[in-house]
Design a protein around this ligand. Sequence first.
Ligand SMILES: Cc1cc2nc3c(=O)[nH]c(=O)nc-3n(C[C@H](O)[C@H](O)[C@H](O)COP(=O)(O)OP(=O)(O)OC[C@H]3O[C@@H](n4cnc5c(N)ncnc54)[C@H](O)[C@@H]3O)c2cc1C
Length: 409
Amino acid sequence: MAANGTGGWPDAIVVGGGVVGCSIAYRLAARGKRVLLLERRGLASGASGRNGGMTGAGSAMHSAAGRAVYALTAANLSLLPGLAEELDADFALRLPGTLDVATTEAQWAHLAESAAEQRAAGLDVRLLDRDEARAAMPALSPAILGASFAGGRGHLWPFALVHGFADAARRLGVEIRAGVEVERLSRVGDRVTGVVAGGQRIEADDVVLATNAYTPHLLPELPPGAIVPARGQILVTSAVPPLLPHPFGTNFDKEYGRQTPDGKILCGGFRRLDDDEGLGHEEERVTPAVLAGIAGCLAGLFPVLRDRVRVVRAWAGIMGFTADGLPLIGAFPGTPGLTVAAGFNGGGFSWAAIVGQVVADLVSGRDPGFDLAPFDPGRFSAGRTAWTNPFTAGERARVVGAPALAGPS
Ligand SMILES: Cc1cc2nc3c(=O)[nH]c(=O)nc-3n(C[C@H](O)[C@H](O)[C@H](O)COP(=O)(O)OP(=O)(O)OC[C@H]3O[C@@H](n4cnc5c(N)ncnc54)[C@H](O)[C@@H]3O)c2cc1C
């Protein structure tokens, strides 16, 4: 095959045309690599085109790896504003700060605790009482207890960012082939020497797996449970005049939403009402119980929406949840030629831009300048995979079943 019309083999093959794969392909090309990107469906057809579009820095979980998470996600957030010009793509970035709304005492106590921790770490996070929260977002129900405000975070149009990376990558010579499924890695001894796709062997010095939830299909070395598919669902309403100046989260960040620049309100969550909490499912199917939960959450938090909006769209997408809630970023141990960037849980848009740079550095033999130890793709060695994903553990430990505020009657 002739990647990039050069007549030669690609230097690197990126598998997966989501935000992570497209970002990596772009940065590799910017470092002079000849790159071939293979995507089995269309660009942004996976989680990257089916998500909520929230972006920020930091993490709701409190782990020893928190500082490493913060370093990367803060770097990601600081890259985003310049990307529109760099990629020549308008992906509707808005960074007005986000509100995490408490509707129960337990949620309020959790917000107070995490706001104190984040402030101590120097972050722009502050607690707002009910009146202050409603002053910031008057559509909020008077029944809420308060909110925490995180400055600098916001939302974007995910589909446009993925295509922004992809178009910029093409301009740098990246060959993108959609509708091509990689069947397996090709190997000589331990070394990965390329991929097999459509029955054809394609060789490259480096292969990067940006296949998120689907990574275990191509990487049998990953112990079961290291990356698990997790179905999330989103509901979208008809457009209304500007009502929600800030994206919001609630209920330990299990529910979240925002108003898009064209007025629609988009909300997701309630995975706990899905079959098996959505875990282990690759079928992109919406389920009535989850959508009813989401609708109830919206109507409860924002009573002004009742009788005012219609649901115009709903969809499901598959996330890659990891056993410890952290992504896998780096060389896969014992397998020269293979790099992994997968398992971005519920937050890939807080990672992808910087991960493109990090992986391009790694593949080019440069020091990316970040502590990547917590993200070592080899950390789930056989027999040691314990399921402690904080997103799901939180889901299980804090089941509330129904929105704390009254839903639609
Ligand atoms: C409902 C929902 C809401 C979310 N909300 C947010 C949010 O508000 N903010 C946020 O930051 N994140 C959110 N996320 C998570 C976010 O979407 C993901 O973390 C991010 O998109 C991961 O990007 P990716 O490129 O790693 O994976 P994906 O976008 O899943 O891309 C992987 C690609 O690999 C391709 N692929 C897989 N196997 C093969 C193969 N064998 N050969 C070729 N191609 C292959 C797939 O087709 C897919 O296109 C949400 C996700 C969902 C589902």
